[in-house]
Ligand binder design. Structure first.
Ligand SMILES: [Zn+2]
Length: 382
């Protein structure tokens, strides 16, 4: 009993410690997010106010706390400090706690805390600047392969990939998949698809999570992306439109949003078709002694229905994208090249954040999701 209590308090202590580390790392993420796109070093000049250039003292640079004490204003020039800073510190802190709760006191916790901090930087920078930092992805690929070596020697440390071959498979498959889909998009739609940033990002996820992680991250990312994308479209089509009508102002860029970008749509469509066929084929074979056939069949149909739904989403988003791009080609006729690039950029929501989110969800639940899926298949195949 006494032992149990001490374990519990140790557990709580580690939760607090991982949260504190997360906040500190979130603070460093803020530095990276600000300096990577500007090509500045993240180490050399100490933190300074971007407005008045005054250096920020250590007591004004305590994650989360300083922002609250200073009421979000610079001590010297009173310029307001974006809420983005404490928000990213808070999110990173939460991610570190989640990773600790999942992997407990192990090597995996340390590795995956770093990985999630990297993903935070990728998500925010991709949303803000449409670029994914090589500093994270290229380094991440090498680190991920190195970590798989560690996994081989310390198999009890909870690392997801425990074989360098699996890690390298993941890197290759990640790059290959995005390039292939990019090629399809260019051939079919005659438009640039995903950038090379996404190639490196998925390769990095593959290095840490293996080839299963590549497929899983893409799947989850596409699904999350399609849901968020439709909410964004709904927002711009209906809610924004009402505001516009009252203001009597016609925005030109508001219709330039797609549920998910076309590559994700194609991937989602293809994997949906595959899964539907796979389940339909296995439906004919099952004879289970323990579970009534009706339940198995019902469940399989439910899964199939879900897949059909995601296939529909994929098709609709490709349709919207195609229609929009033919409209844009007409609209862009009299624009100069620079402006055209800007409208091209506005076409779809970047995919990097969805990929990163998919990778993080797969990191937490991947093996469980796969075994659940295989369970469905084997039950129906018996
Ligand atoms: Zn200042």
């Amino acid at each position: 009993m006494k032992n149990l209590i001490s374990i519990d308090s140790l557990h709580i202590f580690f939760i607090i410690v991982s949260g504190m580390f997360g906040a500190v790392f979130g603070s460093f993420c803020n530095v990276c997010i600000y300096r990577f796109p500007r090509g500045e070093s993240v180490i050399k000049p100490a933190s300074h106010c971007p407005k008045c250039q005054n250096p920020i003292a250590w007591y004004d640079n305590i994650p989360l706390i300083s922002w609250v004490i200073l009421l979000g204003k610079c001590r010297h020039c009173k310029a307001s400090i974006s809420i983005q800073y404490p928000l990213i510190e808070l999110i990173t802190a939460l991610l570190f706690v989640i990773v600790y709760l999942k992997f407990r006191f192990s090597l995996a916790t340390i590795v995956y805390c770093f990985l999630s901090a990297g993903l935070v930087i990728v998500i925010v920078q991709d949303l803000q600047t449409w670029t994914i930092p090589d500093e994270i992805t290229l380094t991440g690929i090498l680190v991920g392969i190195g970590v798989s070596l560690l996994g081989m020697f310390f198999p009890e440390q909870g690392l997801r990939v425990q074989n360098p071959i699996e890690s390298i498979d993941g890197v290759a498959l990640g790059a290959l998949l995005i390039c292939l889909m990019d090629l399809i998009v260019i051939l079919l739609m005659k438009k640039p698809g995903m950038g090379f940033g996404d190639v490196k990002l998925l390769s990095m996820l593959g290095a840490f999570l293996g080839w299963r992680g590549v497929l899983g991250s893409l799947m989850i990312g596409s699904m999350v992306g399609s849901i968020i994308g439709f909410l964004v479209i709904f927002y711009y089509r209906y809610i924004k439109k009402i505001e516009e009508e009252t203001e009597e102002e016609t925005g030109t860029n508001d219709n330039n949003f797609y549920p998910i970008d076309p590559i994700a749509s194609i991937f989602l469509g293809l994997s949906s078709i595959y899964l539907i066929i796979r389940l339909l084929l296995s439906l004919n074979h099952h004879i289970s002694s323990t579970i009534p056939n009706e339940i198995i069949q019902g469940f399989s149909y439910l899964v199939i229905a879900f897949m059909v739904f995601s296939l529909l989403i994929a098709l609709i988003s490709i349709f919207i994208w195609r229609r929009q791009s033919s409209k844009d080609i007409k609209a862009n006729m009299d624009l100069n090249e620079e402006e055209m690039e800007i409208t091209l950029k506005a076409h779809y929501i970047p995919f990097g954040p969805y990929l990163s989110l998919g990778g993080f969800i797969f990191l937490l639940f991947g093996p469980e999701l796969i075994s659940k899926y295989l369970q469905i298949l084997t039950i129906t195949q018996q």
